[in-house]
Design a protein around this ligand. Structure first.
Ligand SMILES: [Zn+2]
Length: 387
Protein backbone atom coordinates (compact mmCIF):
# COMPACT_ATOMS: atom_id res chain seq x y z
CA UNK A 1 0.00 0.00 0.00
CA UNK A 2 1.23 3.47 -0.88
CA UNK A 3 0.50 6.53 1.23
CA UNK A 4 1.08 10.12 0.27
CA UNK A 5 0.86 13.06 2.64
CA UNK A 6 -1.11 15.96 1.26
CA UNK A 7 -1.05 19.19 3.26
CA UNK A 8 -2.18 21.52 0.51
CA UNK A 9 -5.92 20.90 0.48
CA UNK A 10 -7.95 23.59 2.19
CA UNK A 11 -11.33 23.27 3.88
CA UNK A 12 -12.77 25.26 0.99
CA UNK A 13 -11.47 22.77 -1.57
CA UNK A 14 -12.46 19.65 0.36
CA UNK A 15 -15.98 20.99 0.96
CA UNK A 16 -16.52 22.19 -2.58
CA UNK A 17 -19.83 20.79 -3.76
CA UNK A 18 -20.62 19.36 -0.31
CA UNK A 19 -23.99 17.69 -0.13
CA UNK A 20 -25.63 16.48 3.06
CA UNK A 21 -28.43 13.96 2.86
CA UNK A 22 -30.73 14.57 5.81
CA UNK A 23 -32.75 11.40 5.20
CA UNK A 24 -29.80 9.03 5.20
CA UNK A 25 -27.91 11.08 7.79
CA UNK A 26 -24.84 11.20 5.58
CA UNK A 27 -22.47 13.72 4.15
CA UNK A 28 -22.12 12.64 0.53
CA UNK A 29 -19.63 14.44 -1.67
CA UNK A 30 -16.79 16.96 -1.64
CA UNK A 31 -13.77 18.03 -3.69
CA UNK A 32 -16.08 19.12 -6.48
CA UNK A 33 -17.46 15.61 -6.83
CA UNK A 34 -14.14 13.79 -6.68
CA UNK A 35 -14.54 12.78 -3.03
CA UNK A 36 -17.08 10.38 -1.59
CA UNK A 37 -17.42 11.41 2.04
CA UNK A 38 -19.43 8.55 3.41
CA UNK A 39 -18.86 5.31 1.57
CA UNK A 40 -21.17 2.38 2.23
CA UNK A 41 -18.94 0.83 4.87
CA UNK A 42 -18.84 3.96 7.01
CA UNK A 43 -21.26 4.52 9.83
CA UNK A 44 -23.87 7.26 9.71
CA UNK A 45 -23.08 10.79 10.78
CA UNK A 46 -23.21 10.92 14.57
CA UNK A 47 -21.54 14.24 15.35
CA UNK A 48 -24.76 16.27 14.99
CA UNK A 49 -25.23 16.77 18.72
CA UNK A 50 -24.45 20.48 19.04
CA UNK A 51 -21.22 19.54 20.84
CA UNK A 52 -18.91 17.42 18.72
CA UNK A 53 -19.86 19.23 15.52
CA UNK A 54 -19.48 22.64 17.21
CA UNK A 55 -16.11 21.59 18.68
CA UNK A 56 -14.78 20.86 15.19
CA UNK A 57 -15.67 24.40 14.04
CA UNK A 58 -14.28 26.01 17.21
CA UNK A 59 -11.02 24.13 16.63
CA UNK A 60 -10.74 25.58 13.13
CA UNK A 61 -11.43 29.10 14.40
CA UNK A 62 -8.78 28.77 17.09
CA UNK A 63 -6.28 27.26 14.69
CA UNK A 64 -6.17 23.95 16.55
CA UNK A 65 -5.43 20.85 14.51
CA UNK A 66 -8.44 18.64 13.88
CA UNK A 67 -6.33 15.56 13.38
CA UNK A 68 -5.30 13.38 10.49
CA UNK A 69 -7.72 12.64 7.71
CA UNK A 70 -7.33 9.54 5.57
CA UNK A 71 -8.46 9.28 1.96
CA UNK A 72 -8.29 6.19 -0.15
CA UNK A 73 -7.61 6.62 -3.80
CA UNK A 74 -10.22 4.50 -5.59
CA UNK A 75 -9.43 5.66 -9.13
CA UNK A 76 -7.43 8.36 -10.83
CA UNK A 77 -8.60 11.57 -9.15
CA UNK A 78 -11.34 9.77 -7.19
CA UNK A 79 -11.20 9.43 -3.43
CA UNK A 80 -13.18 8.07 -0.51
CA UNK A 81 -12.79 9.13 3.10
CA UNK A 82 -11.46 6.27 5.15
CA UNK A 83 -11.19 8.17 8.41
CA UNK A 84 -12.38 11.70 9.09
CA UNK A 85 -15.84 11.65 7.61
CA UNK A 86 -17.43 12.82 10.85
CA UNK A 87 -15.16 15.87 10.94
CA UNK A 88 -15.52 16.66 7.23
CA UNK A 89 -19.30 16.26 7.43
CA UNK A 90 -19.40 18.63 10.42
CA UNK A 91 -17.45 21.26 8.49
CA UNK A 92 -19.55 20.77 5.36
CA UNK A 93 -22.76 21.07 7.33
CA UNK A 94 -21.55 24.25 9.01
CA UNK A 95 -20.56 25.82 5.69
CA UNK A 96 -23.98 24.92 4.26
CA UNK A 97 -25.71 26.60 7.22
CA UNK A 98 -27.02 23.45 8.90
CA UNK A 99 -26.10 24.49 12.45
CA UNK A 100 -24.79 27.59 14.29
CA UNK A 101 -22.02 28.07 16.83
CA UNK A 102 -21.96 30.66 19.60
CA UNK A 103 -19.47 33.51 19.30
CA UNK A 104 -17.49 34.92 22.26
CA UNK A 105 -20.53 36.95 23.38
CA UNK A 106 -22.73 33.85 23.33
CA UNK A 107 -24.63 34.84 20.20
CA UNK A 108 -25.59 32.00 17.86
CA UNK A 109 -24.02 32.48 14.45
CA UNK A 110 -24.34 30.52 11.26
CA UNK A 111 -21.40 30.48 8.86
CA UNK A 112 -22.61 33.46 6.79
CA UNK A 113 -23.22 35.42 10.01
CA UNK A 114 -19.54 35.24 11.03
CA UNK A 115 -17.22 38.18 10.37
CA UNK A 116 -15.61 37.96 6.95
CA UNK A 117 -12.14 37.27 8.34
CA UNK A 118 -13.44 34.38 10.44
CA UNK A 119 -15.19 32.86 7.42
CA UNK A 120 -11.90 33.16 5.53
CA UNK A 121 -9.98 31.59 8.40
CA UNK A 122 -12.16 28.49 8.26
CA UNK A 123 -12.09 28.21 4.48
CA UNK A 124 -8.33 28.64 4.26
CA UNK A 125 -7.48 26.09 6.92
CA UNK A 126 -5.27 23.41 5.43
CA UNK A 127 -6.09 19.83 6.36
CA UNK A 128 -3.56 17.10 6.96
CA UNK A 129 -4.55 14.31 4.65
CA UNK A 130 -3.02 10.93 3.95
CA UNK A 131 -3.97 9.56 0.57
CA UNK A 132 -3.66 5.81 0.43
CA UNK A 133 -3.81 3.46 -2.47
CA UNK A 134 -3.71 -0.30 -2.26
CA UNK A 135 -5.80 -3.42 -2.56
CA UNK A 136 -9.15 -3.57 -0.86
CA UNK A 137 -7.90 -6.02 1.77
CA UNK A 138 -4.83 -3.92 2.53
CA UNK A 139 -6.97 -0.85 2.98
CA UNK A 140 -9.52 -2.61 5.16
CA UNK A 141 -6.87 -4.16 7.34
CA UNK A 142 -5.31 -0.77 7.72
CA UNK A 143 -8.68 0.82 8.48
CA UNK A 144 -8.94 -1.55 11.40
CA UNK A 145 -5.57 -0.35 12.65
CA UNK A 146 -6.10 3.39 12.32
CA UNK A 147 -9.48 3.34 13.97
CA UNK A 148 -8.23 5.49 16.79
CA UNK A 149 -9.34 9.11 16.51
CA UNK A 150 -12.72 10.53 17.42
CA UNK A 151 -15.51 8.21 18.50
CA UNK A 152 -14.03 4.78 17.85
CA UNK A 153 -16.02 2.46 15.66
CA UNK A 154 -17.62 -0.25 17.73
CA UNK A 155 -17.19 -3.91 16.86
CA UNK A 156 -20.19 -4.13 14.59
CA UNK A 157 -19.27 -0.96 12.70
CA UNK A 158 -15.83 -2.43 12.12
CA UNK A 159 -17.28 -5.70 10.88
CA UNK A 160 -19.59 -3.79 8.53
CA UNK A 161 -16.51 -2.10 7.14
CA UNK A 162 -14.50 -5.29 6.80
CA UNK A 163 -17.30 -7.34 5.23
CA UNK A 164 -18.83 -4.56 3.18
CA UNK A 165 -20.82 -5.83 0.24
CA UNK A 166 -24.38 -6.58 -0.82
CA UNK A 167 -25.23 -8.54 2.34
CA UNK A 168 -24.22 -5.74 4.71
CA UNK A 169 -26.05 -3.19 2.59
CA UNK A 170 -29.30 -5.18 2.73
CA UNK A 171 -28.87 -6.03 6.40
CA UNK A 172 -28.33 -2.39 7.29
CA UNK A 173 -31.39 -1.36 5.33
CA UNK A 174 -33.43 -3.73 7.50
CA UNK A 175 -31.81 -3.51 10.93
CA UNK A 176 -29.98 -0.17 11.05
CA UNK A 177 -32.68 2.00 9.63
CA UNK A 178 -34.42 4.11 12.26
CA UNK A 179 -37.24 4.74 9.76
CA UNK A 180 -38.16 1.05 9.89
CA UNK A 181 -41.56 0.84 11.61
CA UNK A 182 -40.62 -2.47 13.28
CA UNK A 183 -37.88 -0.86 15.36
CA UNK A 184 -40.32 0.17 18.06
CA UNK A 185 -41.66 -3.36 18.44
CA UNK A 186 -38.16 -4.83 18.44
CA UNK A 187 -36.89 -2.34 21.00
CA UNK A 188 -39.06 -4.05 23.62
CA UNK A 189 -36.57 -6.92 23.45
CA UNK A 190 -33.40 -5.39 22.04
CA UNK A 191 -31.26 -2.77 23.75
CA UNK A 192 -28.89 -0.21 22.30
CA UNK A 193 -28.86 2.20 19.42
CA UNK A 194 -30.16 1.41 15.94
CA UNK A 195 -27.74 3.85 14.32
CA UNK A 196 -24.75 2.33 16.01
CA UNK A 197 -25.71 -1.08 14.62
CA UNK A 198 -26.86 -2.65 17.90
CA UNK A 199 -30.00 -4.15 16.33
CA UNK A 200 -28.06 -5.55 13.40
CA UNK A 201 -25.51 -6.94 15.83
CA UNK A 202 -28.25 -8.67 17.81
CA UNK A 203 -29.83 -10.16 14.69
CA UNK A 204 -26.45 -11.47 13.53
CA UNK A 205 -25.59 -12.74 16.99
CA UNK A 206 -28.78 -14.77 17.15
CA UNK A 207 -28.62 -16.32 13.70
CA UNK A 208 -24.89 -17.08 13.99
CA UNK A 209 -25.09 -18.38 17.59
CA UNK A 210 -22.45 -15.84 18.53
CA UNK A 211 -20.06 -16.31 15.57
CA UNK A 212 -20.76 -13.02 13.85
CA UNK A 213 -17.42 -12.72 12.00
CA UNK A 214 -17.74 -16.16 10.55
CA UNK A 215 -21.35 -15.62 9.49
CA UNK A 216 -20.64 -12.29 7.84
CA UNK A 217 -17.66 -13.75 6.01
CA UNK A 218 -19.72 -16.64 4.61
CA UNK A 219 -22.63 -14.47 3.52
CA UNK A 220 -20.70 -11.44 2.40
CA UNK A 221 -21.68 -11.69 -1.26
CA UNK A 222 -25.23 -12.96 -0.71
CA UNK A 223 -27.81 -10.88 -2.47
CA UNK A 224 -30.54 -11.58 0.06
CA UNK A 225 -30.83 -11.64 3.85
CA UNK A 226 -33.68 -14.15 4.06
CA UNK A 227 -32.09 -16.43 6.63
CA UNK A 228 -31.11 -13.53 8.89
CA UNK A 229 -34.56 -12.00 8.70
CA UNK A 230 -36.49 -15.24 9.14
CA UNK A 231 -34.48 -16.33 12.13
CA UNK A 232 -34.75 -12.93 13.75
CA UNK A 233 -38.52 -12.80 13.24
CA UNK A 234 -38.92 -16.34 14.59
CA UNK A 235 -37.19 -15.33 17.81
CA UNK A 236 -39.22 -12.13 18.21
CA UNK A 237 -42.51 -13.93 17.43
CA UNK A 238 -41.67 -16.64 19.91
CA UNK A 239 -40.88 -14.25 22.77
CA UNK A 240 -43.92 -12.13 22.16
CA UNK A 241 -46.23 -15.13 22.08
CA UNK A 242 -44.85 -16.82 25.20
CA UNK A 243 -44.71 -13.59 27.23
CA UNK A 244 -47.85 -11.49 26.94
CA UNK A 245 -46.21 -8.89 29.18
CA UNK A 246 -43.60 -6.47 27.93
CA UNK A 247 -41.32 -5.55 30.81
CA UNK A 248 -38.38 -3.15 30.62
CA UNK A 249 -36.17 -5.95 32.00
CA UNK A 250 -36.71 -7.90 28.78
CA UNK A 251 -34.57 -5.48 26.80
CA UNK A 252 -31.17 -6.79 25.89
CA UNK A 253 -31.63 -10.37 27.08
CA UNK A 254 -30.12 -13.01 24.84
CA UNK A 255 -33.45 -14.10 23.38
CA UNK A 256 -31.73 -15.95 20.56
CA UNK A 257 -30.07 -18.28 23.03
CA UNK A 258 -33.29 -18.69 25.06
CA UNK A 259 -35.14 -19.47 21.83
CA UNK A 260 -32.64 -22.20 20.99
CA UNK A 261 -32.98 -23.79 24.41
CA UNK A 262 -36.70 -23.49 25.00
CA UNK A 263 -38.70 -22.98 21.81
CA UNK A 264 -39.56 -26.66 21.51
CA UNK A 265 -41.39 -26.55 24.86
CA UNK A 266 -45.08 -25.76 25.11
CA UNK A 267 -46.09 -22.89 27.38
CA UNK A 268 -49.48 -21.57 28.39
CA UNK A 269 -49.13 -17.79 27.97
CA UNK A 270 -51.76 -17.07 30.63
CA UNK A 271 -50.01 -19.27 33.14
CA UNK A 272 -46.70 -17.63 32.21
CA UNK A 273 -48.30 -14.23 32.66
CA UNK A 274 -49.42 -15.13 36.19
CA UNK A 275 -45.96 -16.35 37.11
CA UNK A 276 -44.35 -13.21 35.72
CA UNK A 277 -46.72 -10.99 37.72
CA UNK A 278 -46.18 -12.92 40.91
CA UNK A 279 -42.39 -12.85 40.65
CA UNK A 280 -42.28 -9.17 39.76
CA UNK A 281 -44.35 -8.46 42.86
CA UNK A 282 -42.01 -10.49 45.07
CA UNK A 283 -39.56 -8.27 46.89
CA UNK A 284 -37.24 -11.22 47.52
CA UNK A 285 -36.43 -11.46 43.83
CA UNK A 286 -33.19 -9.52 43.52
CA UNK A 287 -32.70 -9.96 39.78
CA UNK A 288 -35.95 -9.46 37.85
CA UNK A 289 -34.06 -9.92 34.56
CA UNK A 290 -33.68 -13.58 35.51
CA UNK A 291 -37.44 -14.14 35.81
CA UNK A 292 -37.97 -14.98 32.13
CA UNK A 293 -35.32 -17.67 31.92
CA UNK A 294 -36.44 -19.04 35.30
CA UNK A 295 -39.99 -19.50 34.03
CA UNK A 296 -38.89 -20.89 30.66
CA UNK A 297 -36.77 -23.45 32.49
CA UNK A 298 -39.73 -24.66 34.56
CA UNK A 299 -39.22 -22.54 37.71
CA UNK A 300 -36.37 -24.66 39.05
CA UNK A 301 -33.17 -22.65 38.97
CA UNK A 302 -33.66 -20.09 41.74
CA UNK A 303 -30.05 -18.87 41.30
CA UNK A 304 -31.32 -16.92 38.28
CA UNK A 305 -33.48 -14.81 40.55
CA UNK A 306 -30.75 -13.87 43.03
CA UNK A 307 -33.07 -14.16 45.98
CA UNK A 308 -32.29 -11.36 48.40
CA UNK A 309 -30.23 -12.04 51.48
CA UNK A 310 -30.98 -10.62 54.89
CA UNK A 311 -29.43 -7.24 55.61
CA UNK A 312 -27.00 -6.63 58.48
CA UNK A 313 -29.49 -4.89 60.74
CA UNK A 314 -31.97 -7.75 60.44
CA UNK A 315 -29.25 -10.26 61.26
CA UNK A 316 -28.15 -8.28 64.29
CA UNK A 317 -31.67 -7.94 65.71
CA UNK A 318 -32.40 -11.64 65.26
CA UNK A 319 -29.00 -12.51 66.75
CA UNK A 320 -29.65 -10.41 69.88
CA UNK A 321 -33.08 -11.95 70.42
CA UNK A 322 -31.90 -15.52 69.90
CA UNK A 323 -28.87 -15.03 72.13
CA UNK A 324 -30.81 -13.50 75.03
CA UNK A 325 -33.34 -16.32 74.88
CA UNK A 326 -30.64 -19.00 74.63
CA UNK A 327 -28.73 -17.66 77.61
CA UNK A 328 -31.88 -17.71 79.70
CA UNK A 329 -32.50 -21.37 78.82
CA UNK A 330 -28.83 -22.31 79.10
CA UNK A 331 -28.63 -23.61 75.51
CA UNK A 332 -26.69 -22.65 72.36
CA UNK A 333 -27.85 -19.59 70.43
CA UNK A 334 -27.65 -21.74 67.28
CA UNK A 335 -31.01 -23.56 67.39
CA UNK A 336 -29.57 -26.56 65.56
CA UNK A 337 -26.57 -26.87 67.87
CA UNK A 338 -29.00 -26.64 70.81
CA UNK A 339 -30.72 -29.81 69.57
CA UNK A 340 -27.45 -31.72 69.39
CA UNK A 341 -25.68 -33.73 72.03
CA UNK A 342 -22.11 -32.62 71.57
CA UNK A 343 -20.08 -29.87 73.26
CA UNK A 344 -21.70 -27.18 71.11
CA UNK A 345 -25.08 -27.80 72.75
CA UNK A 346 -24.55 -24.85 75.09
CA UNK A 347 -22.19 -22.80 72.97
CA UNK A 348 -22.89 -19.11 72.57
CA UNK A 349 -21.59 -17.94 69.16
CA UNK A 350 -20.53 -14.42 68.33
CA UNK A 351 -22.48 -12.58 65.66
CA UNK A 352 -19.64 -12.93 63.17
CA UNK A 353 -19.61 -16.72 63.68
CA UNK A 354 -23.23 -17.00 62.48
CA UNK A 355 -25.20 -16.35 59.36
CA UNK A 356 -28.83 -15.79 58.48
CA UNK A 357 -31.11 -18.41 57.02
CA UNK A 358 -34.69 -18.51 55.78
CA UNK A 359 -36.88 -20.50 58.23
CA UNK A 360 -39.21 -21.35 55.36
CA UNK A 361 -37.24 -21.49 52.10
CA UNK A 362 -38.10 -18.85 49.48
CA UNK A 363 -39.04 -21.62 47.04
CA UNK A 364 -41.74 -22.73 49.52
CA UNK A 365 -43.13 -19.25 49.91
CA UNK A 366 -40.89 -17.92 52.68
CA UNK A 367 -40.18 -14.19 52.56
CA UNK A 368 -36.88 -12.43 53.11
CA UNK A 369 -38.06 -10.54 56.18
CA UNK A 370 -37.30 -10.51 59.86
CA UNK A 371 -40.20 -12.85 60.69
CA UNK A 372 -38.65 -15.57 58.51
CA UNK A 373 -35.04 -15.12 59.61
CA UNK A 374 -33.06 -17.39 61.88
CA UNK A 375 -29.38 -17.20 62.75
CA UNK A 376 -27.37 -20.41 62.48
CA UNK A 377 -23.75 -21.14 63.24
CA UNK A 378 -21.55 -21.18 60.15
CA UNK A 379 -21.40 -24.99 60.06
CA UNK A 380 -25.16 -25.50 60.22
CA UNK A 381 -25.77 -22.68 57.80
CA UNK A 382 -23.50 -24.29 55.25
CA UNK A 383 -25.07 -27.68 55.77
CA UNK A 384 -28.54 -26.26 55.24
CA UNK A 385 -27.47 -24.20 52.24
CA UNK A 386 -26.17 -27.29 50.48
CA UNK A 387 -29.46 -29.10 50.60
ZN1 LIG B 1 -25.06 -24.81 64.88
Amino acid sequence: MITRLNIDLTVEKVCEGFVYNEYEGKGLFGLAGKLVIQPEYQRNYIYADGKKDVAVIQSLLKGYPIGLIYFTKVAEDKFEILDGQQRITSIGRFLTMKFPISDDRGIQRYFRGLAEDLQRKILDTKLTIYECSGTESEIKEWFRTINIAGVPLNDQELLNAIFSGPFVTLAKAEFSNSQNANIQKWSAYIGGDVKRQDFLRTALMWVSKGNIDDYMGRHRYDTDINELKTYFNSVIDWVSSVFLDVKPQMRGLNWGELYERFHANAYDPNDVHEKVSKLFADFSVGNPKGIFEYILGGCVDTKLLEIRVFDDRTKQVVYERQTAEAKEKGISNCPLCALGRDSNQRRIYKLKEMDADHVTAWSRGGATDIGNCTMLCATHNRAKGNK
